[in-house]
Design a protein. Sequence first.
Length: 135
Amino acid sequence: MRIEAKIVAFLGVALICIPAVATAQQTTIRAGTLIDGRGGIQRNVVIGIEGARIARIESGNAPTSYDLSRFTLLPGLIDAHIHIGAHFGRTGRAVTPGETPVEQALYGIENAHMMLMAGDADGGVHHRAKHRRRE
């Protein structure tokens, strides 16, 4: 990817992220199992998130924004291996010959926006997005 496309992609992602940070609010998540990344495991916890940071981790049955009690959470673990610009082209194929760097960057911005809006940092939305057929 050429430098111009990278700059356009960076600016697009920045513009998408700024409103999300500006409107940060407190969110609570109930986790069935929490792995802290330092060898510790906690069960049935409520994680309080303020903005983009974990503010507290508590045990108990407090009301939560999201109930993920059937799942294991690994806060801060990010799968950084995604192909943000991957998509089906005009022909309905994953090969996109003839696309300009700007077009490639715009597809990347669209995929990044979809991931951000879905709250998904591991590429799950990307997987669905790249299999969606474009008109």
